[in-house]
Design a protein around this ligand. Structure first.
Ligand SMILES: [Cu+2]
Length: 67
């Protein structure tokens, strides 16, 4: 079990949080997703997590990584 924290962007409301949680849970190995609207930080817990895959999915969902 490991944890990855990603600085995303464009997260503004509870609807964004739900889409991120639903979207990321489609990925393999992810057991929990928490999102902080204020800081736009997305924390993902699970096994065999790959940041690149998670970042790509976030971008597809409309919440790209903040450069
Ligand atoms: Cu929203």
């Amino acid at each position: 079990m490991s944890k990855v924290e990603i600085q995303a962007s464009n997260i503004k409301c509870g609807g964004c949080v739900s889409s991120i949680q639903d979207g990321l849970k489609e990925l393999d190995g992810i057991s929990a997703v928490s999102v902080d609207i204020e800081s736009n930080k997305v924390s993902v817990e699970g096994s065999n997590l790959e940041s690149k895959v998670i970042e790509k999915k976030l971008a597809e969902l409309g919440y790209p990584i903040e450069e």
